[in-house]
Design a protein around this ligand. Structure first.
Ligand code: PLP
Ligand code: ZN
Length: 410
């Protein structure tokens, strides 16, 4: 793993050897998120645009020399990554944005982008000889973690708010996880999980706390660049809860920029729900983060204390990213538009990115000539009851042709 130089604390800037630390900076505690830094000279000896063009492994592992794992570490058998990047023609026409692409990350094995992070996380768990793993999550990170753990026969212990959508809880149970539905918020489940992992020695996947997850999430940016033949988009829209995917997207493009494979880092625009927008507010006011009481239909981004806040804000300032907020109504509208114009079904948090793009178009933040990617981070089947808020169910009819005719007239 000599392509990894050090792990660097976002708070005190101290650097550590990867074997020296497991999760966060020992001096700064849980808030001392560590960032993985690479030796790009070593990386570029092992991977190139040309070697990728010949690589037939269409999964995140095609980028292995750019990931913080050992050369010979086994990887989970589930297929993670290389999700479709659709030039969604009808959606382009509807939004009058001919350079629009949709990255459908609901096409991952457990149906969300979280699989990218879980896959890398589980390799780290195996490298450390762990047999038992844990995480706290609003739902997707948990179901993803439990899924990849099951694919390798590791036992998972999962903390989720008891209010998590049914489908996500069902996934967990089907994957054989031991779940602890917590009578409380995601933020409370998060802290409890860290305590439990210390007490019972479980390998922990908590977002931001585990430094390797951003590295998994960055593969979405690596793929977007490669799928666009290294002609990067002008803007990338992504929904934001803890801010880990946001940093991952920046990190992926930054890696490629440092390698000299792309000429610039696209503008990344983070989208939060209006009722859960602590990162938006901090970014807008350029003040430190202040926790909020989150309230939104988009459960996966219903986060009051963004755990990757410091890194996400740093990335936004460093690379001149932006943040926007959207209402729950705008999210539901985006869900309908995406479904009807492209056949892609996203969960509320998954389509918040598109809702943000629609708002940005309206406000002139995006130009018609821009090449734009909206990342759809989770599949709509994850939360069917939320989707049903976006539509109305017609009344049942008698099984006769006559009643079909009558219904058509209504
Ligand atoms: C987790 C998640 C997000 C937000 O990712 P963060 O890293 O918490 O910002 C967005 N959409 C979906 C579907 C998710 O599961
Ligand atoms: Zn530190």
């Amino acid at each position: 793993m000599d392509q990894v130089k050090t792990l660097k604390c976002v708070l005190c800037q101290r650097e550590y050897e990867p074997q020296e630390v497991e999760y966060t900076c020992p001096l700064c505690g849980n808030a001392g998120i560590l960032e993985v830094l690479y030796d790009y000279d070593k990386v570029s000896k092992r991977i190139s645009k040309e070697s990728l063009a010949k690589n037939s492994d269409y999964s995140i592992w095609r980028y292995r020399p750019l990931l913080p794992i050992k050369e010979d570490s086994p990887t989970p058998p589930l297929h993670v990554g290389w999700t479709p990047l659709y030039p969604a023609f009808r959606l382009r026409r509807k939004l009058e944005l001919p350079g629009l692409y949709i990255k459908d990350d609901g096409r991952n094995p457990t149906a969300s982008l979280k699989d990218r992070a879980s896959a890398v996380g589980i390799v780290k768990a195996l490298e450390r000889g762990a047999h038992e793993v844990t995480c706290a999550s609003t739902g997707n990170a948990a179901s993803s973690w439990a899924g990849v753990a099951a694919s390798l026969g590791l036992k998972s212990y999962i903390f989720v708010p008891q209010t998590a959508p049914q489908a996500k809880l069902a996934q967990l149970l089907i994957f054989g996880a031991r779940i602890f539905p917590v009578k409380g918020s995601y933020d409370q489940a998060f802290d409890l999980c860290i305590e439990a992992s210390r007490k019972f020695g479980w390998y922990n996947r908590n977002t931001a706390y585990n430094p390797y997850l951003v590295e998994g999430k960055k593969t979405v940016a690596l793929e977007i660049a490669e799928q666009l033949n290294w002609e990067v988009p002008d803007k990338v829209f992504v929904s934001v809860g803890d801010g880990c995917i946001l940093s991952g997207v920046f990190k992926g493009f930054a890696d490629l920029f440092h390698l000299g494979w792309i000429g610039r880092v696209p503008q990344v625009i983070g989208v939060q729900a209006e009722g859960a927008a602590p990162l938006y507010r901090a970014w807008k006011s350029r003040k430190p983060l202040e926790p909020v009481e989150p309230k939104t239909i988009a459960d996966s981004i219903s986060v009051g204390i963004p755990r990757n806040g410091v890194m996400a804000l740093r990335d936004l300032y460093r690379w001149e990213g932006r943040m926007v907020t959207v209402t729950d109504e705008e999210i539901l509208e985006a869900m309908r538009i995406l479904g009807q114009e492209s056949g892609v079904f996203g969960e509320p948090a998954g389509v918040a990115s598109l809702a943000g793009l629609i708002k940005a178009l309206r406000e002139g933040m995006v130009e018609k000539k821009n090449k734009v990617v909206a990342i759809i981070t989770g599949n709509g089947l994850k939360d069917v009851s939320a989707a049903l808020h976006a539509v109305s169910m017609p009344e049942a009819i008698d099984p006769t042709l006559e009643s079909v005719e009558q219904a058509l007239k209504r």
